[in-house]
Design a protein around this ligand. Structure first.
Ligand SMILES: Nc1ncnc2c1ncn2[C@@H]1O[C@H](COP(=O)(O)OP(=O)(O)OP(=O)(O)O)[C@@H](O)[C@H]1O
Ligand SMILES: [Mg+2]
Length: 228
């Protein structure tokens, strides 16, 4: 059984003036522990695909199965719970709370996770920050960080609950080569040693080639699916 099975997913954005077919009949099977890179030009549907997989958007048609269970039709409350337990999500614009500290930002998913005891929060936050090289910034306000530091906070927040699936939309977009490689060491290590499944969107072929498979998208279609 696949960890993730996407079956015939389609999604259009309809506005008063135009309709965009952002995703067209997408099929994808991802095994546990695999790392997948989604590449393609701007506007090709990469974020739409990862957001449907992460249950942020509902597809117009098709289905999302995780561990063989259909999950795309869930109501809001069970859906939020399922998302929090299963997906660590690094969003494209980081979505940090600017007026809060780095510590509070990394803590957000822990607050919603009822299966991790409160007394573990501090240790987990410190360990996640340490692995991203931002332990010295835990008291800083998020608004005072550089782009690269913000990105690392977003990644720490996505791994702090140990969810089995990591979704990452351009996780290395604003990092220099050295930090990009460090972040990829962490993400790939979480798959190889930690058994996590990683789906990331990137424009950087150096990043894509470190994953097990590369999915190429254009105009809402999955064009190819190759070993990296
Ligand atoms: N809320 C929306 N309303 C209307 N159109 C949208 C909306 N969100 C996305 N689109 C359109 O859907 C298409 C796919 O968008 P998507 O964000 O999935 O692309 P992407 O491949 O992630 O691009 P990028 O590399 O720039 O992040 C684009 O043409 C985009 O303009
Ligand atoms: Mg995008």
């Amino acid at each position: 059984m696949s960890k993730i099975h996407l079956d015939g997913l389609s999604k259009s954005y309809v506005t008063a003036d135009y309709t965009v077919h952002a995703l067209r009949d997408a099929f994808l099977d991802i095994e546990e522990g695999q790392s997948i890179a989604i590449i393609g030009p701007s506007g090709s549907g990469k974020s739409t695909l990862i957001n449907i997989l992460g249950l942020v958007f509902k597809p117009d048609s098709g289905s999302v199965l995780i561990d063989g269970k259909r999950v795309d039709g869930m109501k809001d409350s069970p859906c939020c719970k399922f998302r929090n337990a299963n997906f660590g999500y690094i969003v494209q614009d980081f979505a940090l709370l600017d007026s809060d500290s780095v510590y509070s930002n990394i803590r957000i998913p822990l607050i919603y996770n009822k299966s991790i005891p409160r007394k573990e929060h501090r240790t987990r936050i410190k360990a996640a920050a340490e692995s991203l090289g931002i332990s010295d910034k835990l008291r800083r306000k998020a608004s005072s960080l550089s782009g690269g530091e913000r990105q690392r906070v977003a990644i720490a927040r996505a791994i702090v609950c140990d969810q089995p699936i990591i979704l990452a939309d351009e996780p290395t977009g604003s990092l220099d080569a050295e930090n990009r490689d460090k972040v990829m060491d962490i993400l790939i290590g979480l798959c190889k040693e930690g058994g996590r499944t990683l789906v990331l969107v990137t424009h950087d072929m150096t990043v894509a080639k470190r994953c097990d498979r590369i999915i190429r998208m254009n105009d809402g279609y999955i064009l190819s699916d190759d070993a990296a």
